[in-house]
Design a protein around this ligand. Structure first.
Ligand code: HEM
Ligand SMILES: *[C@@H]1O[C@H](CO)[C@@H](O)[C@H](O)[C@H]1NC(C)=O
Ligand SMILES: *[C@@H]1O[C@H](CO)[C@@H](O)[C@H](O)[C@H]1NC(C)=O
Length: 423
């Protein structure tokens, strides 16, 4: 419909005479739908990713009833909330502090209790949050906006201030910062409606289709579309988190089921069809009578990478490093071998823990190199994060730290676009 209208404007000779019509025409060009695309194959994966290892009602039941201490309460005026529905819901139920400010131990225990996120993954995600946008001295980070760090040297902007470092373009629902005046938290009804109509019960294969759709949509519409080595993996991974973490589990289906009702609860959406959906900001909610993934299937870092890799094999291009070069549909990729001085190459990522190692190193490559004596012997934020992630890096058998050649990103205007919330 929009495409047709813009074609119409293009053939109308009066368009050139009225600048506002030209402007409208351009606006419309900015909202082009990508053509349909079929996957190369379907994986048929269970919602746990790897096959579920049983069901234990008592262990998996997440008690959010009144008196459990985990009943729902909307955020109060001082509470921090951001663009991640999983974290907002965990905070709204007190699995992590309701004020949205937490340390690594609270991240590991809270997200384990609510979702069976494995300690390695929770620790990794928290360390990156602290290093990028938190306070390494007090060891805290914010799921939303800024907070007061121990010393002003650390920006402590919270997750909302991490555009292209942690948060990225082509998110499952949230709009691209550049297309939304710099905001990273805009609930995009178009994306929601696209996701909603993909199925009545969602699987990883459905979410792969969404991941492919939003990626191609952003390339087609956002001249500043950019996919950094780290945030470019986070957005595709976050797609899978919807299936991996929000599904409900049962004896009949230990791998889990994700219904529209449960999806809406976690995403704070009411309504039941396109045109009447409402996003209720900050109201993300764990449903009553909900069972998390099996403890034996706690979600680890390698599992995250595996699901992303399968999606990318189904729809090549879900994972990419590079961006548009200032106009829409101008994507140019950056070669992994060039970027990492030969330490990583695309083919090798499928082997062993190479992808997990790349993820770890990519996260470190994006850190501010802030130096402070308060950080003790490690000296800097980079040193702090490297030390924190050392055990994981050794556990995965990662190669020597690759030296990322970030100058390769100079030609991408999106790489320098900060978005709001960074100060
Ligand atoms: C320490 C743990 C976590 C951290 C640091 C974290 C961080 C983030 C960040 C930075 C984003 C923005 C990515 C983007 O631009 O698309 C994001 C998005 C997202 N996260 Fe989380 N997250 C965590 C845990 C979870 C959990 C447990 C779930 C699921 C229950 C989850 C589900 C999602 C989803 C679905 C999105 C996409 C939101 C949208 O586009 O509407 N996350 N998260
Ligand atoms: C959930 O918590 C409530 C309140 O503490 C308690 O009465 C109830 O027995 C719990 N339910 C289960 C299944 O443990
Ligand atoms: C989760 O599954 C169980 C078993 O099928 C069911 O009784 C319960 O209502 C489901 N919970 C939600 C929130 O759909």
């Amino acid at each position: 419909m929009l495409a047709k209208l813009s074609t119409l404007f293009a053939v109308l000779p009066l368009a050139a005479a009225w600048p506002q019509v030209m402007h409208m025409n351009e606006q419309m060009h900015k909202r082009e739908e990508p053509p349909q695309r079929q996957p190369l194959f379907k994986s048929g994966r269970q919602n746990t990713g790897l096959p579920a290892l049983g069901f234990n009602a008592q262990d998996q039941f997440v008690n959010v009833t009144r008196g459990s201490g985990h009943e729902f309460a909307p955020p109060g005026s001082g509470d921090l909330r951001g663009q991640c529905p999983g974290l907002n819901a965990a905070a709204n139920h007190g699995f992590i502090p309701r004020n949205g400010l937490l340390n690594t131990a609270q991240t590991v225990s809270g997200l384990g209790a609510a979702y069976n996120m494995a300690p390695d993954l929770a620790l990794f995600l928290a360390v990156v949050s602290i290093a990028l946008a938190g306070d390494p001295v007090s060891g805290r980070w914010s799921i939303g906006g800024k907070f007061t760090p121990t010393i002003p040297l650390f920006k402590a902007t919270g997750l909302v201030g991490t555009h292209n470092a942690y948060e990225g373009d082509a998110s499952i629902i949230r709009g691209d910062a550049y297309l939304n005046g710099g905001s990273v938290g805009v609930f995009q009804m178009r994306s929601w409606e696209h996701l909603y109509q993909l199925a009545e019960e969602y699987t990883l294969d459905d979410i792969a289709a969404q991941s492919d759709y939003v990626t191609r949509w952003s390339i087609l519409n956002n001249p500043y579309y950019f996919s950094a080595p780290f945030s470019g993996l986070v957005a595709p991974a976050a797609h899978n988190f919807v299936i991996n973490f929000m599904s409900n589990h049962s004896a009949e289906k230990p791998g889990g089921t994700l219904t529209r009702e449960v999806l809406k609860s976690f995403f704070a959406v009411t309504g039941d069809s396109p045109g009447n959906f409402v996003h209720n900001r900050g109201q993300e909610r764990i449903p009553e009578n909900w069972y998390r993934r099996p403890t034996a299937n706690a979600m680890t870092v390698p599992q995250v990478l595996l699901d992303v890799q399968v999606n990318n094999a189904m729809y090549p291009g879900i994972v990419r490093i590079g961006g548009n070069t200032g106009t829409v549909n101008s994507f140019a990729g950056v070669d992994l071998t060039d970027l990492t001085g030969g330490v990583f190459n695309l083919g090798g990522l499928a082997e062993g823990n190479q992808a997990a190692c790349f993820l770890l190193q990519a996260s470190l490559a994006g850190l501010p190199d802030v130096v402070s004596p308060l950080l003790g012997a490690v000296g800097s934020v980079l040193g702090w994060a490297t030390q924190q992630l050392g055990p994981l890096s050794r556990q995965f058998g990662c190669p020597q730290l690759a030296n990322f050649d970030n100058s390769l990103f100079n030609g991408f205007p999106g790489a320098k676009f900060n978005g709001n919330g960074q100060s």
